[in-house]
Design a protein around this ligand. Structure first.
Ligand code: SF4
Length: 104
């Protein structure tokens, strides 16, 4: 294992700065885990990354940041595709207001 944060290092890390509350959290589970784990090429790799994120104390904030900034890889135990789908669902919910019920 490489002794660096896979998710929060600058190289080849994200181009958008990670909030300090995430990057400096001493309890985050990816501390000391190889970066490659979070950029898997197989379903087994995705599962391994999800296991690292399971129970992480900053998981929700991590996922929300990755969703808002369009990150690739596994963040907060989610894939980019899952985050994109969630984002689209949230936008659709806002754009499609419920129709008022009109009595005849
Ligand atoms: S949720 Fe996963 S990627 Fe995010 S800080 Fe925790 S272990 Fe790292």
């Amino acid at each position: 294992m490489v002794e660096r944060s896979p998710v929060f290092d600058d190289d080849p890390g994200p181009t958008v700065p990670v909030p300090v509350g995430l990057s400096s959290h001493p309890g985050r589970h990816c501390l000391g885990v190889d970066t490659e784990v979070f950029f898997p090429f197989s379903e087994l790799g995705v599962l391994q990354a999800r296991l690292v994120c399971t129970g992480c104390p900053v998981r929700v904030a991590c996922r929300e940041w990755a969703t808002a900034t369009g990150q690739y890889g596994i963040w907060g135990g989610t894939t980019r595709e899952e985050r994109t789908a969630q984002r689209h669902a949230e936008v659709s919910a806002v754009v499609e207001p419920t129709r008022p019920v009109v009595a005849a």
